[in-house]
Design a protein around this ligand. Sequence first.
Ligand SMILES: Nc1ncnc2c1ncn2[C@@H]1O[C@H](COP(=O)(O)OP(=O)(O)OP(=O)(O)O)[C@@H](O)[C@H]1O
Ligand SMILES: [Mg+2]
Length: 429
Amino acid sequence: MIQKIALKDFKVFHNQTFELTPGTTSIVGPNGSGKTSILEAIEFALFRQITRKEKTIKGVEELIRHGRKKATIELEFVAPKNRRLYRVVRMINPQRTSADLYLEKRTEPIESGAKRVDTEIISLLGMDRHAFAALTYVRQGEIDLLSRLSPKDRQENLYDMMGLGVYSKTESKVQKALREMKREIESIDESRARLTEIQDRLPTENEVDNAFTSLDALRAGVGNEDGIKPLETLLMKVKESVAKVQEELASSDLTDKKDELEEDTNIANHLKQLLSSIPGVAEEQLRPHIRHEARAIFLRIFGDRYSDFMIDDGYDVALYNLHGNRVSLRAASGGEDVCVNFALRVAVNTALQKYSIAGSPPGVIILDEPGAGLDAQRRRWLPEAVQGLDSVEQVIVVTHMEELKESADRVISLTPQGKGRQPLVDVSE
Ligand SMILES: Nc1ncnc2c1ncn2[C@@H]1O[C@H](COP(=O)(O)OP(=O)(O)OP(=O)(O)O)[C@@H](O)[C@H]1O
Ligand SMILES: [Mg+2]
């Protein structure tokens, strides 16, 4: 849950603090008044990244208020992992973004530095930015994102929502390590083959010893030390080479190292198998609940037009009209799309809350203009649906809809003040 957002020189905001409470908060105001910017500040505070129109904003300088050198975002949130209050402070500089994470009201950070803070927050929330985008933050214009995806991508997205994406990401890391170990084993095998080939071409130790004996005999017979010396030097070099090749062949780099690598490969293979089976098992437990919830929500809204809503095992979604005809998602209307997506997200949230396997859900849902594309009749349903999100502790909804304003527990209104000035913020309960 989010308790407080304090912004300094972040986009349109010069210096503005928003206090948030459990329940529903509506953020209202005309176009360009800074509504989405507040949500982006939340995303940036948590993940040091902002996605707009499905693209990550590359330059952080876009976030700094025009004419200023740096921006600061401070965010207080309750971590789902341990229900404790944390405060993250990020300073955005064009060159470098710094970050500090504090526990409760302490003044010494528990973690400092952008990367370290990122990692700690992901662990506290139990989700990364993909999971956040899939489960928690429905961006403006993306409410129908799930229906636009192929079933495979939709499944991946839902896995992310369930916090299961981490397994496939870990699995690809293990796969990478496996490839590296394979390469190392191959290079050890190559070195060994090369050394053996050299050894085959060199005389054996015995042969070298015999040559030395012959040399001694020669020295005794000829008595010409100067003539024999070069032969002796040559033989010494051959002896050294023979010893060196033997030593390298017996070295632990070629023997123990390979054994170790082979053992690691075995372990990694087991791990990979395990990682690939976990999401399926976890998802199988959740799937019936998700289907049940999503169907109930969808039919509550579209029961006058549809008789059924099905999600198959491959995550293809189909609607059935009152005559029993199948309507694929592609053929559904924009408004129906919005509801399918709303139903799916809420269903996953509820299922996670009730039957959580992968950890507690974040307890927040953020919706930016969820009513876009809904007709007057369905719009009436939306406030009820948002209020009915009893599985979610906090709902933050950006809207132009009067209906949503009225049903909220608190309304934050932004009124633009003209060029260069920050919007006037009014809060009513
Ligand atoms: N770096 C910046 N400094 C100052 N203002 C900025 C900066 N970047 C963007 N803006 C302005 O911030 C305004 C707020 O945008 P935002 O997306 O938050 O509006 P919104 O209230 O969500 O509007 P809509 O209802 O149209 O979605 C825009 O008008 C934009 O021009
Ligand atoms: Mg907006």
